[in-house]
Design a protein around this ligand. Structure first.
Ligand code: FAD
Length: 290
């Protein structure tokens, strides 16, 4: 199933992201994650593609996406990046995905990992989007940034570049994580004014720990609002309290986004099905209000 068929119903799409196990862990450890997620009834599950050229991790993206489609019978979206895949890699991966019945790809540029020289066939996600579109067989999605991508000189050029990706063939967008819904609503307004009319899912990440949030924010440039700073200051050294507070924060964000008419919620699960389950249960009625 192509993901675009999921949108435009009377309720927002609810999806999530998993990542392949690290090289040191057996690929099978993903079963634990997926077994935990399968009863949540996500509309689709996406699988990240490792940064740099780690062939082991990247190989498992296709395998895990195939598993999600064929064992768990949930539509899967495989991520693919320009920095880690040249034309030949892309051809091979697209053939594998097609063979496995995986019909959706999130086309990304990726970030250069200093340990692996980047592939250079595609420089920006829009080029990869156009290449996949030429093949004709896939639903294509792309990334967007409520606060602007960290390399964009300003928000206007950020939206212009985003429009190029959509014009190249991206049919659905998934946002970077953010912690202030006003950033997302303002972004949505800019995107619609610019004529970007594809469905846009809001990316929500429940905080795992003080350290992980610092790392994440450094990597992607998301702003931490004062409300969240207070939670981290108070509960940051108390893992169970932080877990409860971060679940509550995510639920608050999601219920407000759904009330604001968002097309979908994409949960960054960090392979933690218990947190995903707690959030899904708390919004089970909210999800169905049309
Ligand atoms: P692009 O759309 O190519 O944009 C990158 C930058 O280049 C932007 O600043 C843009 O404005 C600028 N730009 C675009 N086109 C041009 C042009 N023609 N000329 C000049 N400048 C231009 N990374 C991974 O490695 N693996 C993953 O699985 C992964 N999954 C992700 C999922 C989501 C939902 C998101 C939001 C991000 C994900 N990332 C992943 C991170 C992503 O790869 C980085 O954020 C990366 O820095 C940008 O990727 P992009 O596809 O948005 O790039």
């Amino acid at each position: 199933m192509k993901l675009r068929e999921l949108f435009g119903q009377d309720r927002p799409v609810f999806s999530c992201e998993v990542f392949p196990p690290k090289k040191s862990a057996p690929v099978d450890s993903i079963y634990q994650t997926l077994d935990g997620l399968k009863d949540i009834r996500f509309d689709f599950i996406s699988v990240t593609y490792g940064a740099g050229g780690s062939s082991n991790v990247n190989q498992s993206t296709s395998e895990i996406a195939a598993l999600i489609e064929n064992k768990y019978h949930i539509p899967a979206m495989a991520h693919l990046t320009c920095v880690a895949a040249g034309r030949e890699d892309a051809d091979r991966i697209l053939a594998e995905l097609k063979e496995a019945g995986v019909e959706n790809i999130l086309a990304l540029r990726g970030d250069v990992n200093p340990d692996y020289p980047p592939k250079t066939d595609f420089h920006y996600a829009s080029e990869l989007v156009a290449y996949i579109r030429e093949k004709g067989d896939f639903g294509i999605s792309a990334a967007c940034y409520p606060e602007g991508h960290f390399e964009s000189p300003d928000l206007v050029s950020d939206i212009r570049r985003l429009k190029e990706k959509v014009d190249a063939g991206a049919q659905h967008l998934v946002s970077q994580l953010f912690f202030d819904n006003d950033d997302f609503f303002r972004f949505l307004e800019r995107a619609r004014i610019a004529g970007i009319n594809v469905p846009i899912e809001a990316g929500i990440m429940p905080i795992q720990s003080k350290n992980s949030i610092q790392r994440m924010v450094t990597m992607c440039g998301a702003t931490i609002p004062s409300k969240l700073t207070r939670l981290l200051a108070k509960y940051g050294d108390h893992p169970e309290a932080l877990r409860e507070a971060s679940i509550a924060y995510a639920i608050d964000q999601i219920s407000d986004l759904i009330a604001g008419g968002v097309d979908g919620i994409h949960l960054y699960t960090m392979n933690n099905p218990d947190t995903a389950k707690a959030i899904a249960e708390a919004i089970s009625s909210i999800r169905t209000v049309s």
